[in-house]
Design a protein around this ligand. Structure first.
Ligand SMILES: [Zn+2]
Ligand SMILES: [Zn+2]
Length: 312
């Protein structure tokens, strides 16, 4: 493929058993360091989950190396062009799960909701007795979600079990689950099936793949992502905004972290209020633990640390 940007952002996951996953993680970190690629990769006994950022050549090399390993040969990569690096470091860590769910005994490699392509999703959601459930957290669906989707008031995916009472009335309906990149729904849809739901689907590859292959139709707002871009566009067909600036109320999907590093709340703030409020979510935050607001409202760990050091 040919790309017009200098960098790529690559996201992928694969549920596949990895033997000696901790050893794999150590070796994989060394490999990534040699390659010079940045990002975050989680290695678990159940599989791999990664978000990477690098030059086009680095990312292409990584992807071809990964799929040359038979276990990962069918990995589906989501690739975005980027003008800058979305990460400044590389982390490869072993964890018990590739996405923290706390859902014990759920094995998506064994049983999970039926995958829907973008086109299948568009067709199915038109039918009667079909509901769409957003499996993401508050701060994510706040800035964007599918039109008519049921959202969950949760801070973390691991809080899903606390919402099963609310969802119980949907047991006899056809339920379509979706999330950012599909990884949570592999487990969430499996969990619903485990809890007596009969007809459960999942949007294959999540919102991000839907944006690429389906034009993003009927997704309202923007999609929260877990890197320096914070939110990305989804809908090129019938876009609307669903969130507004906390200070002036103007419709906006510009999400930033509060400049106060102790607050660090993720808030929607328009560009001009960003400068006016110096990136602070409140009057109090303007005066406390302030980092340097550079107009992005995105603070890396390293700039956070250097702020702390310079204050000492
Ligand atoms: Zn504003
Ligand atoms: Zn604040």
């Amino acid at each position: 493929m040919s790309w017009s940007s200098p960098y790529l952002a690559v996201a992928f996951y694969k549920y596949v058993p990895i033997e000696e996953a901790e050893v794999f993680a150590v070796k994989h970190l060394k490999y990534c360091q040699r390659l010079g690629i940045f990002g975050r990769i989680i290695v678990a006994d159940e599989g791999l989950n990664g978000q990477l950022s690098g030059t086009v050549a680095q990312c292409e090399q990584y992807m071809s190396d990964l799929i040359s390993d038979e276990r990962f040969s069918k990995t589906d990569f989501k690739i975005d062009e980027a003008d800058r690096l979305a990460f400044q470091k590389i982390h490869v860590r072993y964890k018990p799960e590739i996405v923290h769910s706390g859902l014990k005994g759920i094995d998506p490699a064994h049983k999970t909701g039926k995958h829907l392509s973008a086109e299948e999703f568009k067709e199915l959601k038109k039918k009667d007795n079909v509901v769409i459930v957003d499996m993401r957290s508050n701060y994510e669906h706040h800035v964007g979600r599918f039109k008519g989707a049921i959202t969950l008031d949760i801070e973390n995916f691991r809080d899903l079990p606390t919402k099963m009472n609310e969802l119980a009335e949907l047991k006899d309906k056809t339920v379509i689950t979706y999330c950012t990149g599909g990884i949570k729904c592999e487990k969430a849809s499996a969990y619903l099936l485990e809890n007596g739901f009969n007809d459960v689907y999942q949007l294959d590859g999540g919102i991000l793949k839907y944006a690429k292959t389906g034009g993003g139709e009927d997704f309202e707002g923007k999609c929260y992502v877990f890197d320096g871009r914070v939110v990305v566009d989804v809908n090129t067909v019938n876009p609307v905004l669903v969130s507004s600036c906390i200070h002036c109320g103007t419709p906006s999907a510009r999400m930033i972290n509060c400049v106060n590093e102790l607050c660090n709340n993720q808030i929607v703030m328009c560009e001009s209020c960003g400068w006016e409020w110096d990136g602070a979510c409140s009057e109090a935050c303007k005066h406390e633990a302030k980092r340097a607001y550079d107009g992005t409202g995105y603070y890396t760990k390293s700039s956070h640390q250097s702020t702390v050091i310079s204050q000492q």
